[in-house]
Write a protein that binds this ligand. Sequence first.
Ligand code: TXA
Ligand code: MG
Length: 352
Amino acid sequence: METKHWQIDGAADLDQNPAIREAAALLREGHLVAFPTETVYGLGADATDPEAVASIYRAKGRPSDNPLIVHLADEQGLSEWVREIPESGRLLARRFWPGPLTLILPHRGNLAPQVTAGLPTVGVRVPSHPVALALLKNCGLPVAAPSANRSGKPSPTRAGHVWTDLGGRIDAILDGGVTGVGVESTVVDVTVNPPVLLRPGGVTLEMLGEVVGEVRVDPGLREEGESPRSPGMKYRHYAPGGEMWVITGEGEAQVSRIQRMADEAMQSGKKTGILCTEEHASRYRADWIVVCGTRSRPDTIARELYGALRRFDEVGAQWIAAEGFPPRGVLHSVMNRLSKAAEGRVIDSGRD
Ligand code: TXA
Ligand code: MG
């Protein structure tokens, strides 16, 4: 299949943009279109069309028991698809939509069943990216969209990542440049009281707490061996091809532990990479040093994370050590993604 690539320049009058109108027409005809959101690129299809939704799973190679997020142009459209919106959901939607927050709500049964993988609930969000909003308004549909990567790869934060993973497998890519947040939306189950955080993301736990008071954290997010409530969290995700380790801890201890481990990997003949922040980049020796943001601006670490992980695949790194962080604010989601990429291989450099 030929994949169309449309560059969207500027934010002027996106509702009339010919590429966005054409992309909206493709969605209405049951085709697949990748588009930028403020978090990562999504792979969109008409959420009411079973065939279209099935083709998302095929294009991504995604397990069919992992439900998709439905994207809406505004909160007003919600009650058409959702049976009931609990008070906590209303408060969170009012505060964070449009934006990087997905609410789990009871659905009415009028979406394609594959969207929700047979669950009685659906994940819904109103994205804030101007291209995403213009596309949603133009097509007038609820759009099911997982991240636009091949299953098991880091989510795409630029159109080139989508092209690498899905070029030739989907109908079109709307190229809106680099996404802003860099990690996916926060997923919160508001069907229960207090609400439960299922996936940390662009909206932090601290920000949620300010709006609704108590928010529980799904035990499956914290403890090994607990089964996560969000189906997607149980898969190996965000994973580079090489064996990855995450090393947490303070300053010198972290740097010297990472270097020691990298030296051992190189001695054993492995092509070795180190993922670190700007502050420490000059301190390491390895085959590849990939810099990911600065500690003085944790949002830059989130923004550059997936691009940095992909870099190791591009060069064929066989062994990777990554700097870890205290899991606060946006770094909570960064640590969640890092530890998944490393399949739980997280070491505290303060201990032996
Ligand atoms: O930022 C984002 O959320 C991006 C952009 C494109 O919007 N989308 C995204 O979708 O990350 P995806 O499919 O890669 O992740 C959806 C997550 C999965 O972990 C899935 O299991 C969870 O949301 N999810 C969806 N519906 C759910 C439901 N009814 N109950 C629990 N978890 C659900
Ligand atoms: Mg994904």
